[in-house]
Design a protein around this ligand. Structure first.
Ligand SMILES: Nc1nc2c(c(=O)[nH]1)N[C@H]1C(S)=C(S)[C@@H](COP(=O)(O)OP(=O)(O)OC[C@H]3O[C@@H](n4cnc5c(N)ncnc54)[C@H](O)[C@@H]3O)O[C@H]1N2
Ligand code: MOO
Length: 394
């Protein structure tokens, strides 16, 4: 009997369906980077709040062109001119300062000459009324939507929220992610014996999640022992438990039995994906469990497609899916089999070149790759110059 392999997109949907709603909290702007807006964020003020000068120069009435004018005062940012400017009059004005009442245009100082309070044109002057003025509401008006629910809180969005009158932003709680490596062969990185295999998945996963709003609970290296795994899993207090290794069918692949013994359940196992076929998803209490394959490249690809996706979803992303981009193949590729394939590749002079050996244990190949070429299931042979979708890594 052939095992039924779940298509990646179906597995991603099922994973999202395993989650439950999480509350909305508010965080200070300085805590908001990299999170997702949990609600729409409306402007609480208009920006600019009044007509402002965009340049250093003189606030004038355009109808008075070509001058001369009498300078009757000054308007600086934060220190506006409070009087009214009449015909033939002007004020000194600086960038960001409010336009005095009665004026409508700014004459830049490079095109003006001044002698005491007498001001004359010394160039072409403003071409039209309103020149060098930022109108009230140019950027946005009270009530405008500044950020949409589910959008990422990028630096620019945090800044627009600040300008819109917000000191805090609505977000979902940080995601608590427990990470466990499994395997009797593993030792901590840097630990003595060069014949022993350093545990690399934990550090790699932590690095992959570094730009996400997570708190990582490091469960370290767990042995291939059913009771030890069960006890470690049963004690986990997290939103997401990620294991690597022990996901396959060998006698020492104990993650599934240990999860069941801890009171958890398996939702799906085995994806039509290369590398990463033996990935498993399930639940343990309130936590979603993702059992990634142990091969480092398989763990990397499944983390990219499933772990990051799930965290983005739990953190409130409207679109948590990785976004492939089009690229041009640097050389021919053979037909693909039934599993979607993510080929380790490098972008060179605008073309993508797949590594010659695509073995899921090869970390140096992964480390030298700058993108993954996506080969859909049953894709026919492709030629150099054909387009293909890729995921950028660096
Ligand atoms: N008879 C079958 N054998 C295998 C199948 C299969 O379908 N039938 N699937 C293969 C595929 S595909 C993969 S991927 C691997 C995944 O197996 P496991 O998840 O059980 O992984 P392990 O056996 O525990 O480890 C695989 C490999 O990776 C090394 N490893 C594990 N963890 C780490 C770590 N944290 N850091 C560094 N390296 C790690 C481990 O030593 C092994 O060499 O199964 C195939 N077999
Ligand atoms: O699918 Mo496994 O992840 O090829 O190496």
């Amino acid at each position: 009997m052939t095992a039924i392999l779940l298509p990646v997109t179906e597995a991603q949907q099922r994973l999202i369906a395993l989650t439950t709603d999480r509350p909305v909290t508010h965080v200070a702007l300085r805590e908001a980077a990299g999170r997702w807006a949990a609600e729409d964020v409306p402007a609480r003020r208009t920006q600019p709040a009044s007509d402002l000068s965009a340049m250093d120069g003189y606030a004038i009435r355009f109808a008075d062109m070509p001058g001369p004018w009498t300078v009757i005062g000054e308007s600086a940012a934060g220190r506006p001119f409070t009087g009214r400017v009449g015909p033939g009059q002007a004020t000194r004005i600086f960038t960001g300062a409010a336009l005095p009442k009665g004026t409508d245009t700014v004459l830049v100082q490079e095109e003006a000459a001044r002698d005491g309070d007498r001001l004359i044109l010394a160039g072409e002057g403003p071409a039209h009324q309103g020149r060098n003025v930022r109108r009230k509401g140019l950027d946005f008006t009270t009530g405008d939507r500044l950020i949409r629910a589910g959008e990422r809180l990028t630096p620019a969005r945090i800044a627009v929220a600040a300008t819109g009158g917000h000191a805090t932003l609505p977000v979902r709680p940080r995601v608590r992610v427990a990470i466990a490596a499994t395997g009797d062969e593993l030792v901590a990185p840097g630990a003595g014996d060069p014949a022993a295999l350093p545990e690399s998945n934990g550090a790699m996963l932590a690095a992959m999640l570094a730009d996400l709003p997570v708190d990582i609970i490091d469960l370290g290296i767990l042995p291939d022992n059913l009771d030890r795994l069960r006890d470690a899993f049963a004690g986990v207090d997290a939103d997401l438990l990620v294991t690597t290794g022990g996901a396959s069918v060998g006698d020492h692949d104990l993650v599934q039995p240990a999860l069941k013994a801890a009171g958890g359940s398996i939702d799906f196992w085995r994806i039509a994906l290369r590398p990463g076929k033996p990935m498993m998803a399930g639940r343990l209490g309130k936590a979603v469990v993702l059992g990634l394959p142990g091969n480092p490249v398989s763990a990397f690809v499944t983390a990219l497609l499933f772990v990051k996706l799930l965290i983005a979803h739990l953190a409130g992303a409207a679109d948590p899916f990785p976004a492939p981009i089009p690229a041009v193949l640097g050389e021919d590729l053979p037909a693909n089999g039934p599993r979607i394939d993510y080929l380790r590749a490098a972008m060179i002079d605008g073309r993508v070149h797949a590594a010659a050996i695509q073995d899921s244990s090869m970390l140096l190949t992964l480390a030298r790759s700058t993108c993954l070429i996506i080969r859909p299931p049953h894709a026919p042979p492709a030629s150099a110059g054909d387009s293909a979708e890729i995921l950028m890594l660096a």
